[in-house]
Ligand binder design. Sequence first.
Ligand code: IFM
Length: 454
Amino acid sequence: MGFRKDFAWGAATSSYQIEGAAYEDGKGWNIWDVFCKEEGRIFSSHTGDIACDHYHRFREDVEIMKSLGMKAYRFSINWARILPMGEGKVNEKGIMFYSDLIDALLEGGIEPFITLYHWELPYELYKKGGWMNEDMVTWFGEYAALVSERFSDRVTHFFTLNEPQCFVGLGFLEGVHAPGVTAPVRDTFTMSHIALKAHGMAVKQLREHAKQDIFVGYAPTGTMSYPDSDKPEDIEAARLHLFSLPDDLSQWTWNVSWWSDPVVFGEYPEEGLKKYREYLPTITKDDMKLISQPIDSYAQNIYNGHRIRMGADGKPEMVKRYDGFPKTALDWPVTPECLYWGPKFLYDRYQLPIYITENGLSCHDTVSVDGQVHDPNRIDFLYRYLKCLKQAAEDGSDIKGYFQWSLMDNFEWHSGYAERFGLVYVDYHTQKRIIKDSGYWYKKLIESNGDILI
Ligand code: IFM
């Protein structure tokens, strides 16, 4: 019992958050390169121009992963690094960077998992309308074809979109992420539909151009729901709550089913079709067929959840958190139960093998007088969360892998470098890496395939 023998123990990053080299070797600009230059957008005017300088230091970073015994690494490709205009001419130097990274990972016995889109929209495509432009479906498909053409001889795992909830919600409703727009709600539904079609097109193109059998998934995010008690009615309330849709239109992107039912079932949830009717674009049968190209796994980024019980009115209700509820440095609640109930509810509904493509926390990590980084809170968090995940696996949910967010401290979007999510500490002045205590703990966990979680 416990985790499956071939469990993919890994860590995740994204290109803008770690690579740097923003203007080198023919890379084109993306919306984050532009957004970070705008005054007042990012904490202390930080940018990803240098970030963790991973572009130049990737071999050292792979060595660190190797030393930690990682089995898998999830990274994203910076679209404009390989297609500077977003389409058309290929930048061979960009291709070479990812190719070398892949080779180094494979030499180190680490399975590469590629994410196509972790929010790095080429600026040239944004100028043409970006996610509002139907051509995005073609452009994203061509980009996916190129990635498959060049890398699928060695890479067999791909994810299409990372957290569409965020790049639409934070980027175009709240406007706190690039490109920093507060668009009409109607436009955000159009973007979501185009993004889902782009996902479907990418699945097709990845497969059509693959050099061997590949596994394709999709990596949305969401706040999970977990029951207040083991009573069947509370469990049902939590399940209903997880797949329900917000009434508040300013929050509509924060849900699971609008983004995942179409991909897996080929249908938007009935509740949303009614609730959001007046804001929806035209949705055709052909669209839904494209969106629901078969995928091999269901991935989900999971950080926390709401405690839910069945209310006296027969509707799910949220249980208020008690005063002093545990929280991370970013003020996110610590709710390990979400890593039991989230995967369980998702597996029950979508019946696809599950990857946890992100999970982790930001801590106030510092280098101690002994030169080490002691982060007991992260170890405690991971222990609690992963114990729940293990239980979910033992109770029958097919869980194939777990990617800790993040391999190393990095550029945390509008919070800049103020938040530290890594298993590895990065000193941004010197680019020195220090493996945190949690990194060493994670190594032991991997070695035991989770058996140290008792
Ligand atoms: O850093 C982000 C990541 O890019 C997407 N998921 C959540 C992480 C922590 O905020």
